[in-house]
Design a protein around this ligand. Structure first.
Ligand code: DOR
Ligand code: ZN
Length: 454
């Protein structure tokens, strides 16, 4: 007698769609096979009419815990994740205190312990003065390191080039990866000051203060440091055509480089500054259609590794300030990403298999937690989201689980909705309702290959 059987569904992996039952015991997938080969189970789910996807891995969320929990915390953020079919999140380090020391890392791990409804990885941050913390942090429960090369929430300053070089070396030596928010801060600061001096306070001034060449400069620098040190490197929320071209060149050279794009950059363009104002203020900014189309092309050609949300909650007051420079950057997304993107699958913009690769398999590979996470195969964690591809609905901000529910996607029609989310064999969401207590556990990179073998 095993714990759980899911039958009659269509199982989706990056390789294809398979009509097979799934057997789960003690949180692990133990059987894949036709009905008659499935053992007796304590619980059965009839997935007739549903597609079974590996639980989503969102490598870019800000759950704000500790220090900024008026915006979100592990409980509210991870409930939103569970509701959105996400079973593993990776939490960003721009909390208070920032995750820049072993001590701050311990504090974050304590905060997450017993409070998360989904599994989680934790990033550390590279700062101007934490070179000596990297080694100890690397063996204390971390997924990888992030560097903020340009100003964003919390304004953790970018280290100088020599420090960055030494940090990349250390992270590479520890067998981990650096990911960057890649925008050149000197350029951003100069342009912001100039626009402010000219009296600009409108939403579009944000885009003008963060031009594509600022991203291009930062991505180029990081790629050079990655090549020089051998440290694997990930571009968080890549948003420009030019930076994508740099990534493609690096990949052609077989450098250990990966890149992610955001749902927001795929679905919103600069016409929304006039429609929604400061609500869409995001770093890097929502850009014009030319960049957006380049990102979709990058997806279609397989140059983009994963799609994330950059779930970045703030209070309503922070999101509704009139002067653009005062309005908080970023907005929620972990709960709405799946229906929004299944809608694109239904529109034929991306195949279901490619979508699964981009939101489950590849993010798990990027952070070295594959095949524990990100796929449906024997021996992997039994993390699934069961979706009804034909079900239509309207996204309603007020029904979301985040503390503040401001979202640019309020009222959007969607086709394709999650029905069940399953974490290590436990149903944690059923028909929009969160079940179970917070069962989420820390996830760690599975093996460290060292930079020479990456
Ligand atoms: O707009 C953003 N907000 N971009 C980021 O990179 C960080 C995020 C936040 O933490 O609020
Ligand atoms: Zn972010």
């Amino acid at each position: 007698m095993i714990d759980l059987v899911i039958q009659n569904g269509k199982v989706v992996t990056s390789e294809g769609v398979l009509e097979t039952g799934i057997g789960v015991d003690e949180g692990i997938i133990v059987v894949l096979g036709s009905e008659k080969h499935l053992p007796e189970a304590k619980k059965r789910i009839d997935a007739n009419g549903l597609h079974i996807l590996p639980g989503l891995v969102d490598d870019h969320v800000h759950f704000r815990d500790p220090g900024l929990t008026y915006k979100e915390d592990f409980e509210s953020g991870s409930r939103a994740a569970a509701a959105g079919g996400v079973t593993t999140i990776m939490d960003m380090p721009n909390t208070v205190p920032p995750v820049a020391t072993v001590e701050a890392l311990r504090e974050k791990l304590n905060r997450a312990d017993g409070r998360s409804y989904v599994d989680y990885g934790i990033y550390g941050v590279l700062t101007e003065d934490n070179l000596d913390e990297i080694e100890a942090m690397s063996s204390s429960g971390i997924m990888g390191f992030k560097v903020f090369m340009g100003e964003t929430t919390g304004y953790i300053r970018c280290p100088d080039d020599a420090t960055l070089y030494r940090q990349f070396k250390k992270v590479g030596d520890a067998g981990l990866k650096v990911g960057a928010h890649a925008e050149n801060d000197l350029i951003l600061q100069h342009l912001k000051a100039e626009l402010k001096a000219g009296g600009r306070v409108d939403p579009r001034a944000h885009l003008e203060s963060r031009p594509s060449f600022a991203e291009h400069m930062a991505v180029s620098k990081a790629l050079i440091l990655s090549e020089a040190t051998g440290c694997p490197f990930h571009v968080f929320h890549l948003s420009t055509k030019e930076a994508l071209e740099e990534v493609i060149t690096a990949k052609k050279k077989e450098l250990p480089v990966t890149a992610e794009v955001l749902v927001s950059h795929l679905l919103l363009d600069d016409s929304y500054y006039e429609k929604l104002g400061n609500l869409i203020r995001l770093n890097p900014p929502i850009r014009n259609k030319e960049h957006q189309e380049a990102l979709w092309e990058g997806i279609r050609h397989g140059w983009i590794d994963n799609i994330a949300t950059d779930h970045a909650p703030h209070s309503r007051e922070e999101k509704t300030r009139d002067v653009v420079w005062d309005a908080a950057c970023g907005f929620i997304g972990v709960e709405t990403a799946l229906p929004l993107m299944l809608t694109q699958v239904n529109r034929g913009l991306i195949s279901l298999e490619r979508y699964v690769r981009l939101v489950s398999e590849n993010p798990a590979r990027v952070w070295n937690i594959y095949p524990q996470k990100g796929t449906i195969r024997i021996g992997s964690d039994a993390d699934f989201v069961l979706v009804d591809l034909k079900k239509e609905g309207t996204l309603e901000a007020e029904k979301l689980y985040s503390k503040d529910r401001s979202t640019p996607f309020d009222g959007w029609r969607v086709k394709g909705l999650p029905r069940y989310t399953i974490l290590r064999g436990n149903i944690i969401m059923e028909e929009g309702r969160i079940k179970e207590k917070p069962l989420g556990k820390l996830v760690l990179p599975l093996r460290r290959t060292g930079r020479k073998n990456q």
